[in-house]
Design a binder for this molecule. Structure first.
Ligand code: PLP
Length: 430
């Protein structure tokens, strides 16, 4: 039997607790080499995918821990297996931190991902065949908001609202008209590629008028809410679902906040409705991330994420591109590249060859199909975590423009990207 001090020393030397790179390398050098290559990829290129971030080493430690071994179906104090004393404490702490951070009545941290969280939301408030109103996919909505290839579009009647063609902002008049016409059980706000803020008060009024549940899918922007950089949907919404790995900077996973009266329905929908046992290592990592979000340094981070996204968008506009909806109020910008005579797909590929990872993205009323698109989406969460600021965003805008305009210079641009990234190392203590 080891004393707890011996266990701690063992943990610190990473011999038998949690993540031990040495153990992996000696047992499975093939996979170990791939992990190292991925770390190098993250270090040597610019990561501008708006839904990605770099978690802290503390979050990674919790993720790679022995909590992964424990089955804990159920909730703290009401488990279906024995031996849950320690994981109960972890989940209770995580729930308490989530409620404190967001001022929420109820929190469920068990969903394995954002899509899983959304399955639970549908299950808590609707039956197959019910009508739901959500943001149209070509205007920025997510797969789980009614795509025909997703459960949401197959099992539910999802009606869609979009943005106005002139402003490229959500058309709340259309949203209200559609709500009155279709009488949806639930109205979803939230998107994957919408650079502006959402008027939650207005959405609440529409929900009240037609008696719909107000569901906010906050996957993209919840980190900005956590950092108090943009208004929160929590006071307005019946239920808020989100991922924990985007701006929020936690482990890959999902979470749901709800008003007190919906807490039991949400918990039942997550387990046993949608999942079996929770991934307790991920729940612990969510607790670690939530503590980070409660620090003043995270609030500074969230504000910097927005000023960086704005500087990046402005820089791309100076290079002859167009920012959809006139710019950004969040962590991401949607950029129309048509004026450069290229498609989104070509821009994405050319930037990739130059060491800049971003994604092609449909713009509202896009003349191109989703496999080609006329736009790119760029996000600032990762580069801001690295410590880059507004000056670097200007440099990045010019690197993106050169990568798109001069595809033959990809190798040279890639060298400059590496040089920039070397000045802002990812996981520098490793
Ligand atoms: C990312 C995202 C999701 C899905 O999250 P996964 O963890 O990839 O399943 C759901 N909704 C929105 C709006 C998102 O942006």
């Amino acid at each position: 039997m080891r004393t707890s001090e011996e266990s701690r020393e063992g943990a610190l030397s990473a011999k038998y607790y949690g993540a031990s790179y040495e153990a992996l390398e000696s047992q499975d050098p093939e996979v170990a080499a791939m992990l190292i290559s991925e770390l190098e990829r993250e270090r040597n290129g610019l990561q501008l995918i708006a839904s990605e971030n770099f978690t802290s080493p503390a979050v990674l430690a919790a993720l790679g821990s022995t909590l992964s071994n424990k089955y804990a179906e159920g909730y703290p104090g009401k488990r279906y297996y024995g031996g849950c004393e320690e994981v109960d404490k972890v989940e209770e702490l995580a729930i308490a931190r989530a409620k404190e951070l967001f001022g929420a009545d109820h929190a469920n941290l068990q969903p394995h991902s954002g899509a899983s969280a959304n399955i639970a939301v549908y299950q808590a408030f609707t039956k197959p065949g019910d009508t739901v109103l959500a943001m149209s996919l070509p205007h920025g909505g997510h797969l789980t908001h009614g795509s025909k290839v997703n459960f949401s579009g197959k099992w539910f009647n999802v009606e869609s609202y979009g943005v106005r063609q002139d402003t490229e902002l959500i058309d709340y008049d259309e949203l209200r008209d559609l709500a009155v016409k279709h009488k949806p059980k639930m109205i979803c706000s939230g998107a994957t590629a919408y650079p502006s803020l959402i008027d939650f008060k207005r959405v609440r009024e529409i929900c009240d008028e037609v008696g719909a549940i107000m569901w906010v899918d906050a996957a993209h922007f919840i980190g900005l809410v956590a950092g108090k950089a943009i208004p929160s949907p929590v006071p307005y919404a019946d239920v808020v679902s989100f991922t924990t790995h985007k701006v929020l900077r936690g482990p890959r996973g999902g979470m749901i906040l709800a008003k007190a009266e919906h807490g039991a329905a949400i918990d039942k929908a997550v387990f046993p409705g949608m999942q079996g046992g929770p991934i307790m290592s991920a729940v612990a990592a969510k607790a670690v991330a939530l503590k980070e979000c409660l620090q003043p340094s995270y609030q500074r981070y969230a504000k910097d994420v927005i000023s960086n996204a704005q500087a990046l968008a402005a820089g791309l506009v100076d290079e002859g591109m167009r920012a959809v909806s006139g710019g950004t109020q969040t962590h991401l910008a949607l950029i129309d590249v048509q004026a450069l005579g290229v498609t989104g797909k070509e821009s994405d590929e050319r930037c990739g060859s130059a060491g800049i990872t971003l994604n092609k993205n449909s713009i509202p009323f896009d003349p191109q199909p989703p496999s080609i698109t006329s736009g790119i989406r760029v996000g600032s969460p990762s580069v801001t975590t690295q410590g880059m600021g507004v000056g670097e965003m200007r440099t990045i805008a010019s690197l993106i423009a050169r990568a798109i305009k001069e595809p033959t210079a990809a190798a040279k641009i890639s060298g400059e990207v590496k040089e920039l990234c070397r000045r802002f190392p990812v996981y520098p203590e490793n």
